[in-house]
Design a protein around this ligand. Structure first.
Ligand code: SF4
Length: 234
């Protein structure tokens, strides 16, 4: 008879937001940064390149995003030069990121709009960013946080959505709901850094399947909501 997976039983309270983020902030210092943070560091936070890298990163592993971004920016470091490339050339430069064909179309069109409507600059409001093709709230929030140094945004991707629910901070079904809920429960001073902390933790420890609870500093207190099975520690 097949064995049904059991949720890890928990009666624990939600983790406190600020102390948990403080602990994670210390813990991630020794871990490799997510691709977008690395790109922002390497490229001095160039807003255009942060925007384009974030668009490339959707559904794509970090090393692939990083390599594709660097290949593309060697040839097209700004909106005008990207707008001049053919979509076929962009496809070749960004392959093998996921959905590279669609992304090539969106990148070219975004570059064209930036040149035509925004004077070659990346807009600095959510409203304007959302008018660009292929740009959703996650990309817009991350661009505002990383490139524009905004402290007023929370960027929620799948890691943030999953871990905020595991911690008991939110009870939500979609990243959009999680973003809205986090504005209510997280102190404002943490808004801009929640993404960096939870994405880094999610990539290294609190993984989507088989989270590494046995080597996690939050293991004794984390309510692990929705965790079906913990990873084995070698
Ligand atoms: S790895 Fe386990 S203990 Fe650590 S944060 Fe994730 S679910 Fe909680």
């Amino acid at each position: 008879m097949p064995v049904r997976p059991q949720s890890v039983p928990t009666l624990r309270a939600p983790l406190p937001v600020a102390p948990t983020l403080t602990k994670l902030g210390r813990a991630i210092r020794s871990l490799e940064l997510p691709a977008i943070e690395k790109i922002a560091e390497e490229l001095m936070g160039d807003a255009f390149q942060v925007l384009i890298s974030t668009m490339l990163s959707a559904q794509t592993k970090d090393p692939v995003t990083l390599a594709a971004s660097l290949r593309l920016f060697k040839v097209a470091p700004d909106p005008a030069s990207l707008a001049r490339l053919t979509t076929a050339r962009i496809e070749k430069l960004i392959y093998p990121v996921s959905f590279y064909r669609n992304k090539a179309v969106h990148l070219k069109e975004t570059a064209r709009i930036l040149v035509k409507d925004f004077g070659g600059q990346v807009p600095t409001t959510m409203e304007a960013l959302l008018t660009l093709p292929g740009v959703g709230r996650k990309t817009a929030n991350l661009t505002l946080i990383v490139a524009c140094r905004s402290a007023d945004n929370i960027c929620v991707d799948t890691h943030v959505h999953r871990i905020a629910n595991r911690f008991g901070w939110v009870r939500t079904r979609t990243p959009e709901q999680t973003e809205r809920a986090l504005y209510e429960v997280a102190p404002r001073k943490w808004w801009a850094t929640i993404n960096l902390h939870l994405v880094t933790w999610g990539q290294h420890v609190c993984k989507p399947i088989y989270p590494q609870c046995g080597r996690c500093l939050l293991n004794d207190t984390c309510p692990k909501i929705g965790v079906v099975r913990e990873g084995r520690i070698a």
